[in-house]
Design a protein around this ligand. Structure first.
Ligand code: SAM
Ligand code: SF4
Ligand code: F3S
Length: 444
């Protein structure tokens, strides 16, 4: 009889992709996915270490699992992901309920580790073995059949922004071979996938060399464009210094690349960007924005912001506010700087908490107003939506427009996987509401 595995995922899209790939892999040792966290033989927490309290959250979660299984058979308790990589065998000392700790570049070993697991033994696998991982995973079918699916093309980071743990938890930049990526894309399309989001910690740093020819993200986009059943292409997360002209040109040539650019800047002050070791200036960022707007004024932007980075003065923060006003990002992530152990900024003196909260409120108020205004601009209009699924416990359908805005709509289930015209009748900051009024066959 098969055993059941429950996996809870935190953090970024890459963790989501990884969780799915772990599930694809673990099938080989007869484990099937369960959505019932109260009845699992193996319980995996796929963790994120990007901001403060991440570690505490994991121990809290393990405590919760311990409680759930107090009077039942203990599942194999696995901590995977970036906290596992950062904390490694320290985790067993603090929480002996944990059986296995496995880092993001060792997932190909998970079947072996589980198969060899013996009660009361502890296993730790945190070797950075990215090439081996992908070579192993390339042999396993990606079973994702979500209308919109992720595909990792690049992992790791060599940029070492002073605030960030990713280069330590994911290791150096690695780009997968083009033919492996295209084979996985073909599989996804065969599964019924209509939208692919190419993933990487620095997705636009993608660079694969073969016979002296370099393949970049732009080449991949051009290749994906050729699959007639694929309707939409996205990518995330990109870095301003890798936003090269060949990629910018894709917005001219590609019919399937969505006109929505998530391009984190972190701060609108050159002084702070330098302190962060971001390697780009505000002017360079604006130059990218202007080039893209010249190609297609319909393109919309979103970004990530870190508030109160050590050394940020009021005038630096005002420059960030001015940048937000200039670009009018339609949705963005903004967080107060969180000191991370092992990073250069981890030891720096943090800015006063109350002041930081006030600054965060100010920037979020502005960002949210642009988000709401964008949603308002769709009200009473017909927009194109790719229908992704039926909503849990509801009759309504869920999908997204070209700018990745969530749309909840009335309509027939047979529209799942199709691009449809939706009449928007209502909106709030996060969601558009409407009804399907027609089906399309061409790309949105
Ligand atoms: N590689 C992407 C880039 O360079 O823009 C970002 C990847 S990171 C997983 C996502 C976001 O987390 C960053 O853009 C940054 O805004 C935020 N972040 C990372 N470290 C942080 C920290 N120590 N404190 C607050 N936010 C942080
Ligand atoms: Fe982190 Fe900077 Fe690398 Fe992005 S580019 S993953 S923020 S170190
Ligand atoms: Fe978090 Fe690791 Fe992603 S730290 S944001 S899960 S790369």
């Amino acid at each position: 009889m098969s055993k059941k595995v429950f996996i809870k995922t935190f953090g970024c899209q890459m963790n989501e992709y990884d969780s799915n790939r772990i599930l694809d892999n673990i099938k080989k040792i007869n484990y099937v996915k369960t959505n019932d966290q109260y009845d699992a033989d193996c319980f995996i927490l796929n963790t994120c270490h990007i901001r403060d309290k991440a570690k505490e959250k994991v121990y809290h979660e393990v405590g919760r699992v311990k409680k759930i299984y107090e009077n039942k058979k203990k599942p194999i308790m696995i901590v995977a992901g970036c906290v596992a990589q950062a904390e490694n065998d320290e985790m067993f000392k603090r929480e002996p309920y944990i059986d296995i700790v496995i880092g993001p570049q060792s997932y190909h070993k998970i079947n072996n580790v589980i198969s060899n697991y013996r009660i009361n033994e502890k296993f730790e696998e945190t070797e950075i073995d990215t090439i081996d991982k992908f070579e192993n995973f390339d042999k396993i079918k990606n079973s994702s059949n979500n209308v919109s699916s992720f595909l990792t093309i690049q992992e790791g980071c060599d940029k070492f922004c002073h605030f960030c743990v990713v280069p330590f938890t994911r290791g150096p930049e690695y780009s997968r071979p083009v033919h492996k990526i295209l084979a996985e894309a073909e599989q996804l399309i065969k599964n019924g996938v209509k939208e692919i989001t190419l993933l990487g910690q620095n997705v636009n740093a993608y660079s694969f060399k073969n016979n002296n020819k370099e393949f970049r993200l732009s080449n991949l986009i051009n290749e994906l464009e050729k699959y007639s059943e694929l309707k939409r292409i996205r990518y995330t997360t990109s870095h301003p210094i890798d936003m090269t002209d060949d990629l910018i040109d894709c917005y001219k040539t590609s019919k399937k690349l969505m006109p929505f650019v998530h391009l984190p800047i972190q701060s609108g002050s050159n002084k702070v960007l330098k302190l962060m070791n971001r390697k780009h200036t505000v002017e360079e960022y604006i130059n990218i924005y202007e080039k893209l707007m010249k190609i297609n004024p319909d393109i919309k932007f979103s970004s990530d912001f870190i508030i109160s980075y050590p050394g940020e003065e009021d005038r630096d923060f005002e420059q960030t506010i001015n940048l937000v006003k200039k670009i009018k990002f339609i949705n963005s992530f903004s967080f107060i700087f969180s000191p991370r152990p092992g990073t250069k900024a981890g030891e720096m003196t943090s800015i006063d908490k109350d002041l930081s909260k006030l600054k965060l409120l100010k920037i979020q108020k502005l960002l949210f107003s642009y988000q709401l205004n964008t949603n308002k601009s769709f009200n009473g209009k017909k927009i194109k939506v790719l229908v992704e699924n039926k909503m849990d416990n509801q009759t309504k359908l869920f999908g997204r427009n070209k700018y990745i805005n969530s749309v909840i709509m009335d309509g027939d289930e047979k529209n799942i996987g199709k691009e449809v015209d939706v009449y928007i009748e209502k909106f709030n900051q996060n969601t558009l509401f409407g009804k399907i009024i027609g089906t399309r066959t061409e790309a949105a």
